[in-house]
Structures are given as structure tokens and as C-alpha cells.
Design a protein around this ligand. Structure first.
Ligand SMILES: *Cc1c(COP(=O)(O)O)cnc(C)c1O
Length: 394
């Protein structure tokens, strides 16, 4: 029995089966590389669903976390801590004037955004939220309701009221869905789980002006797109459209669990004492990690790298597209990459795994490739050669 088999059997006995898992038990990681418990090495081009956005165990993050772990790990939010203040400042200085609420996950960050919008609309009797089909916003009851995909809702009805879905990138559908009860529009600036769907600048600008005109809160879920992967620190900057509320999670904590709901000045004081809270939210240890992520991105010029390596990876994938006719389309925004196939992608995923490359397949036919934003040309070349080998066997 391998070490992996032993762990798998413990899972079989003691862990709820809420995930489809492959028998890969990871033991350690460094940058773009991970090793399983039996010693096999992999190149990770989908690090923890984009959580390890600056690579696994970045030394600046590991150092900040271990230092903070010896000093102060948790304080109640009835007190102050320096790390929480400094991380909020870093987020605001990199986005727009406003304030931050810290939570522990993407779904929780979105819950805070939805509660903020509901509270803002409450006295006007406005509570409806417009979200997009093929969106993904998390797994709490409100967020499976907000998510525009039936597969996450089945069996959990009755769901909370007041969420309306419209097709993504269809401005007329948004206009038609607005009523005098509409309080917010929530969307991902690039749909990731939904298949790497990238909206136009015009669409985003039109959303902004509708929201301005009708006093609707525009919420961008940047849980997956945030922290440099889009070629800007936050994806909204690619569209020249500033949201009223932005939510963050995944890569923000450099591997530690964090969520953040960021509100522009106009909305920064809507949530007041007693209206929202989180016991663990913004703990010193997690915020120290987040600060180290910002510092590492700046020090190592990772945004520039995301742009140049995004372009390089795209070029290499285009070469594969010319070679293999089952590749239908390549969609990219820097290192947010989707390769749409006209065949199912799950066997490609598992063949890549065997060859030592971790990627993802979403919506059955779309390979999602999101290497850490400090990925190198050499690592991309290696990943491309594995993909080429796997594709050649189809
Ligand atoms: C992952 C994700 C979420 C949910 O985050 P959790 O931390 O799993 O709750 C929400 N929105 C988007 C866009 C995501 O990618």
C-alpha cells in the first residue's frame, strides 16, 4: 500500500464525500512545483484553484506567517491589530478610495457584499440582485442562489428570494431585468468557473452607467481574478470601470484563508456595528500573509511578468491550436487562460496529471490554465511540451 493509498483510505472513512478527488496526496510545494507524498514531482498550473497565485510557499509569505505566528495569531475584532490595518490600506491604495471588511473565504466576502447592498436598499424597499448565468459566487445558501448555474442549487430549495439571473455580456437583458426593487448587480469581471468568459469594455461601461443612473450597487466578484492574474492588480482596471463593491479571496492570503469585501466611499459606512461580523476575519496571521503577497508582487514585478508570460503562454497555445483541430478557441486575459475544446476535457486533465502537470477542466470542455503569476518561460515550455504530448495521443 503506497502512502497515498493509506491517506485515501482514511479519507474514505472520515471525510465527507463532497469533492470529486483524484488519488494525489500532496506533501510539499515550492513555487510552481509540488510533490506528492510518494515523492513524485508535478508542475502546478492551477495552484489551489488560484489560491497560490504567487506560487506555493513564497518565501516572503512563509517568513511573514512564521514570524507573526510567534507574536500574535488571533485577536477579537473588538480590538485593533496592526496587520489588519496595513492590509486594508494596501488593498485600498491599490484599488479605489473606500474601506474593507475582512472575512475568511470568497463566499463570505460575497455575503458581506450582498448584505451591504440589502442594507443600503432596505429603507427604499429595494432588495433584488441581478447576477449572471454561468457565474460562480460560492457555496453558502445565498451564494448558490446568486450563482447562475442550476447544478449548485439542486436539492437545496427553497432558496432565498430576490436573485435574478441574466445572460452574461447581454446589456439589454440587464436593462430588462431591472425593476424598482433592484438594488445590486453582481458579476465576475471575467467568469472563470463559467469557462473563461471575457466581457467587452463597452459592456462593463454600460453596466457602470446604468448603476450610476439608477443608484444600483455594482459588485465585482474578484475572488479569482484579483491579485495580478489579469495583468493588473485587480481585473476591473482592464476595463476602466470602477465597481462600488469588490470582493477578494483566493490569492489574497498567499495560501491562508481570507476574504475581503471592499466598498467605495459612498458605501463604506453602510455596514455598522451589529450588522455584520466575523470571528476569524482579518486575523493578524492571515493579514500578515496578505501584506507579504502585496509586497512580493511589487518587489518581484509580478504584474509585468503576468503580462509577458500570459502573452508567451498564449502564443505557445496558439501553436498547439494550429496543430490539433479539437482545440476550438483560446481565451486569455494575461494568466487567466481558457482553452475551449470541441471534445470533453476530463481525460486530458487526467493524462496531464500522469505526466506531471496539474491543470483544471471546467464546464466539461474548457481547460483552465492559471499558473502562478511568477511563472517562468522555462516552466511554460515544460508545461506546453506535456500538453503537446498528451494532445498527440488523442
Ligand atoms: C472560488 C470562488 C468563490 C468562492 O470562494 P470560497 O473561498 O470557496 O468561498 C466565489 N467567487 C468566485 C469568482 C470564485 O472563483
Amino acid at each position: 500500500m503506497s502512502k497515498t493509498d493509506k491517506v485515501v483510505s482514511l479519507y474514505d472513512n472520515y471525510i465527507m464525500k463532497t469533492y470529486k478527488r483524484v488519488p494525489l496526496c500532496l506533501e510539499k510545494a515550492k513555487g510552481v512545483k509540488v510533490w506528492d507524498i510518494d515523492g513524485k514531482e508535478y508542475l502546478d498550473f492551477f495552484p489551489g484553484w488560484a489560491v497560490s497565485g504567487i506560487g506555493h510557499c513564497h518565501p516572503m509569505v512563509s517568513d511573514a506567517v512564521s514570524k507573526q505566528a510567534k507574536k500574535l495569531m488571533h485577536v477579537s475584532n473588538n480590538y485593533y491589530s496592526e496587520a489588519q490595518a496595513q492590509l486594508a490600506e494596501a488593498i485600498i491604495k491599490n484599488s479605489f478610495p473606500g474601506k474593507v471588511f475582512f472575512a475568511n473565504s470568497g463566499a463570505e466576502a460575497n455575503e458581506a457584499a450582498v448584505k451591504l447592498a440589502r442594507l443600503y436598499g432596505h429603507d427604499k424597499g429595494r432588495f433584488e440582485m441581478i447576477t449572471m448565468t454561468k457565474s460562480f459566487h460560492g457555496r453558502t445558501l445565498a451564494m448558490i442562489t446568486a450563482t447562475g448555474q442550476d447544478k449548485v442549487k439542486h436539492g437545496f430549495e427553497p432558496l432565498p428570494v430576490g436573485f435574478i439571473h441574466v445572460p452574461y455580456r447581454d446589456i439589454e437583458a440587464v436593462k430588462a431585468a431591472i425593476t424598482d426593487k433592484t438594488i445590486a448587480i453582481m458579476l465576475e469581471p471575467v467568469q472563470c468557473e463559467g469557462g473563461i468568459n471575457i466581457p467587452s469594455v463597452e459592456y462593463m461601461k454600460a453596466l457602470r452607467s446604468i448603476c450610476d443612473e439608477k443608484d444600483i450597487v455594482l459588485i465585482f466578484d474578484e475572488v479569482q481574478t484579483g491579485m495580478g492574474r489579469s495583468g493588473k492588480i485587480f481585473a476591473f482596471k482592464n476595463f476602466g470601470v470602477v465597481p462600488d463593491v469588490m470582493t477578494l479571496a483566493k490569492a489574497l492570503g498567499g495560501g491562508l484563508p481570507i476574504g475581503a469585501c471592499v466598498a467605495r466611499e459612498k458605501f463604506q459606512d453602510v455596514l455598522t456595528p451589529g450588522t455584520h461580523a466575523s470571528t476569524f476575519g482579518g486575523s493578524p496571521i492571515v493579514c500578515a500573509a496578505g501584506l507579504a503577497v502585496f509586497a512580493a508582487i511589487k518587489k518581484e514585478k509580478m504584474i509585468a511578468n503576468a503580462n509577458s508570460m500570459g502573452a508567451y503562454l498564449k502564443k505557445k497555445l496558439e501553436v498547439l491550436k494550429a496543430k490539433y483541430n479539437f482545440i476550438k478557441e483560446i481565451r486569455t486575459m494575461a494568466l487567466i487562460i481558457g482553452v475551449e475544446l470541441n471534445i470533453k476535457g476530463d481525460s486530458i486533465y487526467s493524462e496531464c496529471l500522469k505526466e506531471g502537470l496539474l491543470i483544471n477542466c471546467t464546464q466539461d470542455t474548457i481547460l483552465r490554465i492559471m499558473p502562478p503569476i511568477n511563472v517562468t518561460r522555462k516552466e511554460i515550455d515544460k508545461a506546453i511540451s506535456i500538453l503537446d504530448k498528451v494532445f498527440s495521443k488523442i
